[in-house]
Write a protein that binds this ligand. Sequence first.
Ligand SMILES: *Cc1c(COP(=O)(O)O)cnc(C)c1O
Length: 413
Amino acid sequence: MKPVTKLIHHPYQAPGDFASPQQAVYKASTVFFNNVDDMRQRQWLDKSGYTYGLHGTPSTFTLEERLCELEGAKHCVLLPSGLAALAQVNFALLSAGDEILLPDNVYGPLKTLAEGELARFGVTHQFYDPMDPHDLSTRMSDKTKLVWLEAPGSVTLEFPDLPRLVELCRAKGVPCALDNTWGAGLAFQPFHLPSTTPGESLGVDISVHALTKYPSGGGDVLMGSVTTCEDDMARKLKLSHMRMGFGVAGNDVELVLRSLPSMALRYRAQDLNCRELAAWCLQQQAFAQVLHPAVVTSPGHDHWRQLCASDELSEGPVHSGGLAASLLSLKFQPQITPAQVDAFCNALQLFKLGYSWAGPISLVVPYKLKEMRKHAPSQLLEGGFVRLSLGLEDPADLQSDLAQALSVALAQG
Ligand SMILES: *Cc1c(COP(=O)(O)O)cnc(C)c1O
């Protein structure tokens, strides 16, 4: 054999007894078979074998198994972003003539997917008020084939009565899918929710997780997952996933696998930072409302408390128990002008202007809620609004940064 051929047909095989904390990165489009029979018989659907990179590698199967562990699920598929994971659930389950229900405070790009591709394919949608279970109930009809849930809403962070909403879907026999990016499998268990019927189990049918957020934790990977406990649901998801050709890269999978062991610690540390700043923001005159599920005056605080901090007692304006993701939204007083809100964002030094969250760096995004919402209290929609994502910096430094940016903005009044 010539060297050029030897470079391709290399004889070295890694010995089987190499053990270290991190698994090797497996990358493939092509996967080899031993013979034609093997090629014809091998199955990827039940993870008993490998057939093609898109249908799984040891790296992707490992991450899928760990995410099942995290979310308390049985099956998992990986997608190249959180948004792709949301899209995939719709594509796998819906047909022309079906209708989906979306919470009014839904993650924005899912709303635009419903208005774009889903509408073009003949799938209609309606928005429901997530804080009013009766509103969801009256909107469900024979056409409703999927209800989307989010706890809390992406930008305004109202926490719904999630078990109640799931019970309503269950009663009508409509599958429900939760965008579980905020809870991340840590704050509550979406497949094991408290049920009002003792002894009965209550859970969502599907959980979607933007792994881009806490599981990656670095602000440098895009990935998403869809998990379920139901075999027939998993089969639909996997077959549709295969036909659409959604794959994830081995190196990206490695990054997420490397970050998962520290995820619970990061979640807690960022949560503490966030609640410390929420308490400080509550004392600032400039803010009319501080939105965070652990803030006692925040919409849905009691629902959060029941689900995420059930038996823990605490005093004061910010509940200290349970777990919450590190997102904090601030509504400015009406007299603070849009230009002043922009000046506040521009003046921040440690908080960077940028989308996404749950990375090490704190972020800020200004929002125009009026353009985003149908069923929201009008006082929420008036005036400036920003969402902060708390990173892992020292909270005292973050507080000084907010204070100096606030004085810059107020000086422009
Ligand atoms: C970021 C996010 C997504 C989408 O994740 P990407 O990987 O950025 O596509 C979906 N849902 C929620 C709630 C998110 O915050």
